[in-house]
Design a protein around this ligand. Structure first.
Ligand code: ARG
Ligand code: GLU
Length: 700
């Protein structure tokens, strides 16, 4: 090695232990320590720690709501909150009918009386979070068996939770979550509101513009937003729907910035990212990118091929399968980007380098020294189970008939009548020929790819004639149409349940589930428990080995702050992505013949007449933008905020080239996508004529 290459190597390996890049990381708001805050302020933040998170007074955290898998933000003192159209989709759909098709035409309440209650929909505020590692007293569990450990951990969590919610106001709930693989534990106390009403939703041709064609991609032109309002009782406390409830008065609502964005402006995101795995060892990443993802992608490619073919032949089927197709396509596309990114970033090699460094460093440390070989051994043992579980989930569970029949497998008579009532809703979006063809393909793949010991007996018996067998099942089952099911139940009122259990679809459901329970579940759980224990030690070791590095905990659906800046990127040689898209781009894509790109007439008119009002910027209207905030699924609906904590936009996606950021972050490629708040205001004001809502907001 000559001097120059040696110097290169030295500086390269130094780089890998320097503090994380500015844009990387999802930080716990109450732990934004001095270093982190200084770094954020150096990049432009103008707020203090207590403006971000405080418990004694109102802070930004009080404007953030958790909506299950999504995030929302409060934008008025009357409980109005924003989230994504794709987050509110289920609520919008459930209020839609042929007469009132809000998915197609949009919904705009013109006064509070017109808002639509959404039973079952909930919004939670984080009241406080605090570290409870000491109370969990993990050291005392060191010599316990994995089972004892698990149950003691569960007990201790439960005690802490009970104490936290005892005597608290209505709607309080709490959870204890491990961070850094259980090296730290935190208590999270929430208050949950349950009277939520739909206020506004654009038509899908705005809120889902670009559909799955543009999903995970830039340039993007989607107005992916909708608006709800939280209602409370007269004391501002949570209460289920009542006409007497009044708009909730929040502790804090966001100021909306209409000033616009420039390249390199500081931004941060407050929200509930779901799950990341930044500290996986190379064996785990290898499984994901070389085995898990390719197989799961191939299975979904087949399903999508079948759905797309039937959907393109019949408009009614296209609508029936729109939402199912979208959710299959969403992860399918994401995994492809993720696998590509893992290869491009040489993640497996880099992880191995780190692991070799760890082995050398740990050679005189008994508590760490065996970890890497143990991981290797455990992952090798895990692989067959993980692989079988992937096929169980992606192939077997992709068959709607079996999943639906499974609901009837172990029920009482009362539950039966409930299911019967709900069956119309299920069959409304069921098209048997699609399901039957998918069943043939999925079971064929299962037989060919999964070792015999993970195949249920019924499947093995029919392995040589899967296609005929599937036809027989579909002919013999009563769960393939609403008529068949209803006729059967009407004819067998005496003993419907015992007869139903003989249905071939239920029998296959049972045989797969028995196999899963007997041959996969236990080993999977046991091995994962052992692996996670190693991660607890490995994480601790990594932190000791790289004391100057700032580690952030993996996302786990708890409140986080990520920060970065407004910036585009270069996705490929010769291609540069600008950070902003505009209404001109919506019109460039406009095509009445392509469902995903059919711009609504009213928006075309606004464009023709350039009737943009105060939302005009350089002759157009801003629509979406890119920023380098580290996000993941669950961050949908999260506010993208400027240096003063004012709302710039609503996060709704990541770029395809970024999706490996759940495993490794690349500051040159990882970009989140947000709808520009000015587009939201333009649509409300000029498109919907719901400008009255703007009067409630604080615009700057
Ligand atoms: N990719 C985004 C997410 O992971 C948006 C999904 C909804 N939009 C769609 N076109 N399917 O959730
Ligand atoms: N659309 C995603 C969501 O629903 C966000 C995209 C991502 O994974 O970053 O949370």
């Amino acid at each position: 090695m000559n001097l120059l290459t040696r110097m290169f190597f030295i500086s390269f390996s130094l780089l890998s232990v320097l503090p994380s890049y500015a844009e990387e990381g999802m930080w716990l708001p109450n732990l934004i320590g001095e270093t982190r805050l200084q770094e954020m302020r150096k990049n432009g933040l103008r707020l203090k720690a207590e403006d971000l998170y405080a418990t004694e007074k109102a802070s930004l955290k009080d404007a953030i709501v958790h909506l299950g898998g999504c995030t929302g933000e409060i934008i008025s003192d009357k409980g109005l909150f924003l989230t994504n159209h794709h987050c509110g989709y289920g609520q919008i759909q459930s209020h839609s009918s042929v007469e009132h098709d809000y998915l197609t035409h949009g919904f705009w309440a013109m006064n509070q009386g017109e808002e639509l209650p959404c039973p079952g929909y909930k919004a939670s505020f984080l009241i406080r979070m605090e570290e409870v590692t000491d109370q969990m007293d993990m050291e005392s569990l060191a010599d316990k068996s994995p089972q004892e450990r698990d149950s003691l951990i569960a007990d201790r969590k439960q005690k802490i939770i009970q104490k936290a919610v005892e005597g608290q106001p209505r709607g309080y709930r709490a959870s204890v979550e491990g961070l850094y693989y259980g090296n730290q534990y935190f208590l999270f106390v929430y208050q949950t509101y349950t009277d939520i009403r739909l206020v506004a939703a654009p038509p899908s041709s705005i809120g889902k513009f670009g559909g799955d064609t543009d999903n995970w991609m830039w340039p993007r032109h989607t107005g992916d937003f909708c608006i709800f309002r939280i209602y409370a009782d007269k004391d501002n406390a949570p209460a289920d729907y009542s006409p007497d409830n009044v708009p909730y008065v929040p502790k804090r609502s966001l100021v909306i910035s209409t000033q616009g964005i420039k390249k390199n402006d500081f931004t941060f995101i407050y929200g509930y990212p779901g799950r990341t795995n930044e500290y996986l060892v190379s064996d785990a990443v290898r499984y994901i990118s070389e085995k898990g993802n390719p197989h799961k992608i191939a299975l979904r490619t087949q399903r999508l091929e079948v759905m797309n073919r039937y959907q393109s032949e019949d408009p009614a089927v296209r609508i029936q399968y729109a939402s199912k197709n979208a959710s299959v396509a969403n992860a399918w596309k994401k995994w492809q980007g993720e696998s590509k990114g893992i290869v491009r970033m040489k993640v497996i090699d880099n992880k191995q380098t780190l692991e070799n460094q760890f082995i050398r460093w740990a050679s005189d440390k008994p508590q760490y020294k065996e970890l890497i070989p143990q991981f290797r051994n455990l992952y090798a043992r895990l692989e067959p189970y993980a692989f079988a579980a992937d096929y169980y989930n992606e192939a077997f569970r992709a068959i709607e008939l079996f999943q639906y029949a499974g609901r009837y497998a172990r029920i009482s008579k009362e539950e039966l009548s409930k299911l019967e009532k709900e069956s119309d809703g299920y069959f409304k979006n069921y098209y048997m020929p699609i399901d039957r063809e998918i069943a043939k393909r999925m079971l064929r793949a299962y037989v060919e790819k999964v070792p015999k010991k993970f195949q249920p007996a019924l499947l093995k018996q029919h392995a040589s004639r899967i296609e005929e067998w599937v036809d027989e099942i579909f002919e013999g089952s009563v769960f393939t149409s609403s008529d068949r099911l209803k006729t059967f139940l009407a004819e067998h009122q005496e003993q419907p349940l015992s007869l139903l259990r003989k249905d071939p679809a239920i029998q296959i459901f049972q045989s797969f589930n028995d196999m899963y329970r007997q041959c996969i579940a236990d080993s999977l759980k046991k091995l994962n428990t052992e692996i996670n224990q190693r991660y607890t030690a490995y994480m601790k070791g990594l932190m000791e080995m790289q004391p100057e590095k700032l580690f952030y905990p993996d996302a786990n659906s708890t409140l986080r702050i990520a920060y970065g800046k407004i910036e585009g990127f270069k996705p490929a040689d010769g291609v540069v992505y600008h950070f902003q898209s505009t209404l001109d781009g919506v019109m460039e894509k406009d095509n009445p013949d392509i469902y995903d790109y059919d711009v609504p007439e009213k928006l075309r008119e606004l464009y023709e007449t350039k009737d943009y009002g105060r939302w005009c910027v350089n002759g157009s209207v801003p629509v979406a933008f890119l920023a380098s905030n580290h996000t993941t699924g669950g961050n949908s609906g999260s506010p993208v905020l400027n240096r003063k904590g004012e709302l710039l936009g609503i996060n709704f996606d990541r770029c395809w080239e970024s999706t490996m950021s759940d495993i490794v972050y690349d500051k040159d490629m990882c970009r989140n996508i947000a709808v520009d708040i000015r587009y939201v205001l333009f649509i409300l004001d000029k498109y919907a004529g719901a400008g009255y809502l703007l009067d409630e907001m604080k615009l700057n």
